[in-house]
Design a protein around this ligand. Structure first.
Ligand SMILES: NC(=O)c1ccc[n+]([C@@H]2O[C@H](COP(=O)([O-])OP(=O)(O)OC[C@H]3O[C@@H](n4cnc5c(N)ncnc54)[C@H](O)[C@@H]3O)[C@@H](O)[C@H]2O)c1
Ligand SMILES: [Zn+2]
Length: 378
C-alpha cells in the first residue's frame, strides 16, 4: 500500500546513541508524525525484524496528547499494525502502581506478547510509565518514545530511565530500558502550554552551561527562534541537547561512575525549591532556572567563575521567560532550604554535593562546599 507523506520541513536530524547492543537513533523532524511507521520499520531490525503478520502496538498517551497519539496510531494502522490506544490521566499521579496495574490489564486484554511494541506518546510522565510497562511486561518488550514536551524531547526520553513513584518517594520504582528509537516531531510542541514549553528550555540552557559554551552562545543568538518555537531552531537545539546528554549516558549508562551527576547542575537547589513550593506550584524547569543561577553564584563565591558567567545565564533565562530568583511569595529560610537539600536522595550521608561551573561549558562535582557559603548565597 502507498502512503502519502506530508512533511512541512522534510529534513530529519538524527542523533545516534551508542550503547553497544542497545544502541538506537533519535530522529528529529518537523510536521512528520504521520510518517512515523516508516521510521519504526527499520528500528525493528535490532530484534531481527518485526513479525510479518500480526504486528501489535500498544500506544500509551495521556488525555492532553491524545490527538498526537491518534496521528501515530493512524500511521501505524495504515502500515499494517494492530493498534490499541491506551489513554491515561495527565499528571504526575499517573506514575503510580494503580495506573501500572491498569496498563498490565490492557496489555493482557489485547493479548500482548513479547514482540508487542509499546509506543509512548506524551511528556515525561507517559514516557516513564509506558517505559516501565515495556521494561517489565513479559520481562521486557520493544519500546519507542514519541516525546511531546520539550522536557521529554531533551531529557526524559534520553538515557533509558523508566519508572513510577512510590507515595513516599518520586521515581523510586523503576528500571533501565533503552528504547528501539525516539521519534521527535517539533510540531507536537505547537499545542504545549507556554509555561511547560519554557520550563523545558531550562534544561536546554543547562546543557550549554555544563557541556558546551558554543551551544550556549547559539541559544543567546536565537532567542526569537526559541520564543517563537521556530522549527529549525528547535530541531537544532533539541538535537544538540540530545547529543550532549547522550555523550554522558554513553559513558555512564547505569549511573555508576558518577559522570551522570553533571546533568544535575542547578538541581540540588531546584529539588529543594520544588519540594518547599509544593509540587506543581513551581514547574521543574522554573526551579532549575533559579537553581542554576544560585549554583553559579555559589561558584563565584568559591572563586571558580567570574560574575559575568552568572549574568549571561540570568540574561538568557530571562530572555526565554524563565524566573531566576525565588518567588516573592516564598518565605523560605536558609535553614528550610538547606534542610530540604539534606533530604535529597542524591545527598550522601548528609554531605551537600553541588555541581558547579568552573567556566562556561564545564562543571565539576564539589563535595566540600561549606554550608556557610550556601547560606551566604541564599
Ligand atoms: N526518565 C528520565 O530520565 C527523566 C528525566 C527527567 C524527567 N523525568 C520525568 O518526567 C516527568 C515530567 O515530564 P514533563 O515535564 O514532560 O511532564 P508531563 O508529562 O506531565 O507533561 C506536562 C503536561 O503537558 C501535557 N502535554 C504533554 N505534551 C503536550 C502537548 N504536545 N500538547 C499539550 N499538552 C501536552 C501533559 O498532559 C501534562 O499535563 C516527571 O515525572 C519526571 O520524573 C524523567
Ligand atoms: Zn531536570
Amino acid at each position: 500500500m502507498t502512503t502519502l507523506i506530508f512533511m512541512s520541513n522534510s529534513e530529519t536530524t538524527t542523533v545516534h546513541v551508542d550503547l553497544g547492543q542497545r544502541s538506537y537513533d533519535i530522529a528529529i523532524v518537523s510536521g512528520a508524525l504521520a510518517s512515523i511507521a516508516e521510521q519504526i520499520g527499520p528500528w525493528g531490525e535490532r530484534l531481527g525484524g518485526w513479525p510479518t503478520t500480526g504486528r501489535k502496538a500498544a500506544i500509551v498517551t495521556d488525555v492532553n496528547v491524545q490527538p498526537h497519539a491518534e496521528a501515530v496510531q493512524h500511521s501505524l494502522a495504515s502500515d499494517g499494525w494492530n493498534t490499541e490506544l491506551i489513554v491515561i490521566a495527565s499528571g504526575e499521579q499517573s506514575k503510580s502502581l494503580g495506573v501500572m496495574s491498569d496498563l498490565y490489564d490492557r496489555m493482557v486484554a489485547m493479548q500482548a506478547d513479547r514482540r508487542t511494541l509499546v509506543v509512548a506518546v506524551g511528556g515525561g510522565v507517559v514516557g516513564d510509565a509506558a517505559g516501565f510497562l515495556a521494561a517489565t511486561y513479559a520481562r521486557g518488550v520493544p519500546f519507542v518514545q514519541v516525546p511531546t514536551t520539550l522536557l521529554a524531547d531533551v531529557d526524559s526520553s534520553v538515557g533509558g530511565k523508566t519508572g513510577i513513584n512510590h507515595p513516599q518517594a518520586k521515581n523510586l520504582i523503576g528500571s533501565f530500558h533503552q528504547p528501539l528509537g525516539v521519534f521527535i516531531d517539533t510540531d507536537a510542541l505547537g499545542t504545549l502550554p507556554d509555561r511547560e514549553y519554557r520550563s523545558g528550555l531550562a534544561e536546554v540552557v543547562k546543557y550549554g552551561v555544563i557541556l558546551d559554551a558554543e551551544f550556549f552562545a547559539y541559544l543567546e543568538n536565537n532567542i526569537d527562534g526559541l520564543n517563537d518555537r521556530d522549527p529549525e531552531v528547535l530541531r537544532y537545539a533539541i538535537a544538540r541537547s540530545c547529543r550532549l546528554k547522550a555523550d554522558v549516558v554513553e559513558q555512564d549508562e547505569y549511573e555508576t561512575t558518577g559522570l551522570r551527576a553533571v546533568l544535575n547542575y542547578g538541581h540540588t537547589f531546584a529539588h529543594a525549591y520544588e519540594a518547599l513550593a509544593g509540587y506543581g506550584e513551581l514547574l521543574h524547569g522554573e526551579a532549575v532556572a533559579i537553581g542554576m543561577v544560585d549554583a553559579s553564584r555559589l561558584a563565584e563565591r568559591r572563586g571558580l567563575v567570574e560574575s559575568s558567567i552568572t549574568q549571561r545565564q540570568i540574561d538568557l533565562l530571562n530572555a526565554v521567560g524563565l524566573p531566576t530568583t525565588r518567588p516573592d511569595t516564598a518565605a523560605w529560610s536558609a535553614d528550610d532550604i538547606i534542610g530540604r537539600m539534606k533530604l535529597d536522595k542524591k545527598t550522601l550521608g548528609g554531605q551537600l554535593r553541588f555541581i558547579l561551573p568552573t567556566q562556561l561549558g564545564h562543571v565539576e562535582l564539589f563535595n566540600d562546599v561549606p554550608e556557610d557559603d550556601v547560606r551566604a548565597v541564599l
